[in-house]
Write a new protein. Structure first.
Ligand SMILES: *[C@@H]1O[C@H](CO)[C@@H](O)[C@H](O)[C@H]1NC(C)=O
Length: 133
């Protein structure tokens, strides 16, 4: 006699659970989208911030213009766990065109969807100019 209401209760709460998960889910929206152009000196390095809101929390990745996923290059480029792409200061011989003078895009994705940022034109190694007095 008590079994039927119990089963109904389980069915009801399970559906309720699914329903509310679906209602909550939201595709990514950029909170910080990187700028379309950034120039930096080899002595300062730079950081490209990118993060997005969504439910579940979107995962951040970066890609180059041809769609290749950006990988860390030791000492020259790495992605922090918060999604920021970091270009540390570097010496002139370490300059690499495919790292320091190229186009990047940030991707934010969760199981609802994926969004792609604008293209970010990066130009690093603006060598310091010493003005004559
Ligand atoms: C940046 O380049 C200049 C000029 O080549 C050099 O003097 C300087 O040491 C470099 N900065 C770093 C952090 O290596």
């Amino acid at each position: 006699m008590l079994v039927l209401p119990y089963i109904l209760f389980i069915i009801f709460t399970r559906q309720g659970g699914c329903e509310s998960a679906r209602k909550d889910a939201r595709g990514p929206i950029f909170r910080n989208e990187p700028p379309s152009r950034i120039e930096f000196s080899n002595s300062s390095g730079t950081e490209l911030r990118c993060n997005a809101d969504g439910i579940p929390t979107p995962r951040i990745t970066w890609q180059t213009r041809d769609g290749t996923a950006v990988k860390d290059v030791p000492g020259l480029r790495h992605m922090r766990s918060d999604g920021t792409l970091v270009f540390p200061p570097f010496s002139k011989p370490d300059y690499r065109q495919d790292v320091h003078d190229t186009v990047y895009q940030c991707l934010a994705s969760n199981n609802v969807g994926t969004i792609l940022s604008r293209e970010v034109h990066v130009r690093g190694g603006e060598w310091e100019i010493y003005l004559l007095e």
